[in-house]
Structure formats: C-alpha cells, structure tokens
Design a protein. Structure first.
Length: 170
C-alpha cells in the first residue's frame, strides 16, 4: 500500500505505480483485482482521507514517509507514533526532527528501525518481512513505548494548573 499525504498527489502516485508496471487498486474506486491473480500482487493506493489508521492496521511493515529527504525544519518526518501504537514494525528515515522525543524513546527500546536512504529502506523491508517473529517483537516494543509515554495532555494540564494556583496564591 502507498498512501500519499496530500490528495493532489493521488493521480501522480497512481501514474508512478503504473510506470513501474504494477497494477493499481485505488481505495476510492470500486476496481477489484481480476479473478486470476497476477504474478505480482497489485499496489493499493490509499487515495482517501481519514483512513490512515486502517491502512496501518493492515500492514505487515510500515515505512513512515517525509523522513528520507531533508524537506526543511518544518517538515522533518511524519508521525510514527500511530503505527507504533498498533504494534507494527516501523521504519523511518533520518529526518525526524518534529518527533525528537518519540524517536529517542522508540530507538532506546529498539521499537523502530531508522534507515538512511532508499537502498537501506529496501533492505530493512526485506529483513522485517523475512523475519516475522522479530518484526512482531519490534512492533511490540514500539507499542510498549507508546503506552508508557501516554498522558502528555494530562501532564501538561497539571503543570499549567499548578502554575496558575501558585500565581493565585501569591
């Protein structure tokens, strides 16, 4: 499955998939694979909005995009927490500045795999698919990190309320 972040890229990505001679099944359309399975499975294009969690739940391995190339400090990575919360083995590139804390915690727990380029991404996918028990264990470790780190909103509210109470008491 490939799920572009922006709707304006859906047609472009569908064309790219076809250029690489893969059959495309678009989530938004009712096209189904033919009864005779082709030798190579089709690529499912997630060309709908609000369904990323569904796609993650179906995946054996998740690569979280916007992280292999430096797109500038405001675009360093996409959220790896959601697939990790689903206990999926997650692969990410080196540009994850928007998620420093999450990355630090996931790396410390060996709950995420960081790659540096397209070649190492391919190698990582092959390893995780060929070692499903290890991939599941990595996913489990990532999920444990997410569970352990939950509650940030509550913690922030408590800090803010303590500060407000302190100021009111003065």
């Amino acid at each position: 499955m490939i799920v572009p972040r922006k709707p304006e890229r859906f047609d472009e990505v569908a064309d790219l998939i076809e250029q690489f001679r893969f059959k495309v099944i678009r989530r938004s359309r009712a096209n189904r694979p033919s009864p005779i399975d082709p030798p190579v499975p089709p690529v499912i294009l997630g060309d709908t909005m609000g369904e990323l969690r569904k796609f993650y739940s179906l995946a054996d391995v998740v690569f979280v995009g916007r992280s292999l190339v430096d797109l500038g400090p405001r675009q360093h990575g996409s959220d790896m927490i959601e697939p990790a919360a689903l206990a999926k083995p997650v692969i990410i590139g080196p540009f994850t500045g928007n998620f420093d804390h999450a990355m630090r915690m996931l790396k410390q727990a060996d709950g995420i795999l960081e790659v540096v380029d397209g070649e190492s991404l391919g190698q990582a996918v092959r390893v995780l698919i060929s070692t499903p028990a290890e991939a599941r264990e990595m996913g489990r470790r990532g999920q444990e990190v997410v569970k352990r780190e939950q509650g940030a909103t509550r913690k922030h509210v408590e800090v803010i309320l303590r500060q407000l109470n302190h100021r009111v008491a003065k």
